[in-house]
Each structure stands twice: as C-alpha cells, then as structure tokens.
Design a protein around this ligand. Structure first.
Ligand code: UDP
Length: 239
C-alpha cells in the first residue's frame, strides 16, 4: 500500500514488510530501485523534473527521516519511518543468509574499504563480490564492471541526487538486481561518522544530534525542513 505526499506515492510498509518486499524485488526479473526519501529530496524534486520522475518510477519509496513521518502524519497517515541505514543493514544480513551476491558503490576509497571490512566482520557469510568508491565520472565503465560480476543486491552511497540518477540509468543496462540509495551509510559503517545515540533515534532527533556534531549541516536543514513541513500543511489544508 502507498499514500500520496506532495505528488509522490510513499510506501507504507512496516520495517519487516519493507525488507520482505525488497527480497521479492531481489528475486525479480528486472533492475528495481529503492528510494529512501527525505525532505531534501522533496525539495530538490520540486525544482528538477527529471529527479521527480526518477522518484515516481522507483519500485519502492520509503520514508527515511522523521520529517517525512511528520508530513505524512499532518496528512492523516500514520506511517513507520524506515531509516535507510537500518534497512540496508538488514538487507545485507538477509543477503548473507540467502547467499545473495552484493555490490557496494560509493564514498571515498578508504571509507568504503573500512566499511566493507567492518561489515564482513559483523555479518557472517556476507558475500561482497564488487565494490567501487563513489568518485568516478565514467558511469558506463562501472555498469560494465558490475555486469561482469552479476550482483543481486547493489547498495549505492553517493548522496542524493547522484545516487538516484546512477541507479535510474542502471535500470536500462544492468542485469536484474535490487539497487538501493543509502546516502552516507558507508561513512557510518566505516566508523568515520558516529550515528546518534539510540535515545535520539527513538525520539526522532537524529537530525539535531548530527547538526550539533557537524554545525555546517545546518544549511541542509534550514530552511528545507520547516519549508517542507509547511508545504505538507498547505497540501493538507489549502487544496
Ligand atoms: N559521495 C560519493 N560521490 C560523490 C559525492 C558524494 O561517493 O560524488 C559520497 C560521500 O563520500 C558520502 C556520501 O556520498 O559518503 C553522501 O553522504 P551524505 O551525508 O551527503 O548523504 P545523505 O545526507 O544524502 O545521506
């Protein structure tokens, strides 16, 4: 099931349902795209038609940040938020159990290698058959390298909108697989960036913690987050 928010259909899965749906897509016959949507992506899509279409055509759109959860609530929908990083980690665990080959693309070279080292240590049986850092300009070359290995789960951590564009274009050229945009997750898995303590996560205040640690992020929250909430209210009450 999905609900509409500012022109997009957002899936209303619980965490476990989303993981099961992703497993179905991994076993499917085409390249599928998961977008973990946040307020910045709504904002960007309002200015960029191409990006907006990418989100509309994605096979799964799950609400990542607390901002999207609040906006959905304003519009009368009580939907679980599904942090992209937790979702992706669960998919890696599933992949390990089911012997699904994985590719990971994104972040700086030392970050991705450290993240992979940590992940393979934590998740027994994890089979990462291909990885590449996220700083390249020849996408074709990377698609060819991926196709030569045939992974079934591909995590792409290049930030938005780059990762969504990379995944969307891959739909035309890659063999069937599930591709998920995971933003800054490799930075966290490598240990370079600390995730907010559990209490912040439970209260939906990860953004506050992250902004306190990296004050330069304030530009990403203001005015995007309040504007996004206002637009959701207008969508609910003024149309
Ligand atoms: N990144 C990348 N290629 C680029 C630009 C960024 O691989 O051309 C990586 C960057 O190193 C970081 C991630 O993408 O690991 C983006 O992190 P960000 O915190 O922006 O992600 P988000 O806030 O979207 O989760």
């Amino acid at each position: 099931m999905s609900v509409e928010l500012l022109g997009f259909n957002i899936d209303t899965y619980s965490f476990d349902e989303a993981v099961n749906k992703a497993k179905e897509l991994i076993d499917g016959q085409k390249v599928s795209q998961v977008v973990t949507i946040n307020p910045e992506m709504f904002e960007y899509s309002s200015k960029d038609n191409e990006f907006s279409n990418i989100v509309k055509e994605a096979e799964m759109v799950i609400p990542d940040g607390v901002g999207v959860k609040i906006a959905l609530k304003i519009n009368g929908h009580n939907v679980d938020r599904i942090p992209g990083i937790d979702f992706a980690y669960k998919l890696l665990e599933k992949a390990a159990i089911n012997n699904i080959p994985v590719a990971i693309i994104g972040a700086k070279e030392d970050i991705i290698t450290k993240a992979i080292e940590n992940l393979t240590e934590k998740i027994s049986g994890l089979n990462i058959i291909y990885y590449h850092n996220g700083y390249f300009s020849d996408d074709e070359e990377i698609y060819n390298e991926i196709n030569a290995k045939s992974p079934k789960l591909i995590l792409v951590a290049m930030g938005s909108p780059r990762q969504e564009q990379f995944i969307y274009n891959a739909k035309k050229v890659l063999k069937p697989a599930l591709m998920v945009g995971i933003g800054g997750s490799l930075d966290v898995w490598s240990g370079a960036v600390k995730r907010a303590p559990r209490i912040y996560q439970i209260l939906g205040l990860e953004w506050l913690y992250r902004t306190a640690c990296q004050p330069e992020r304030i530009k990403r929250i203001f005015p995007t987050l309040p504007l996004f909430i206002l637009k959701s209210m207008r969508d609910r009450y003024v149309k």
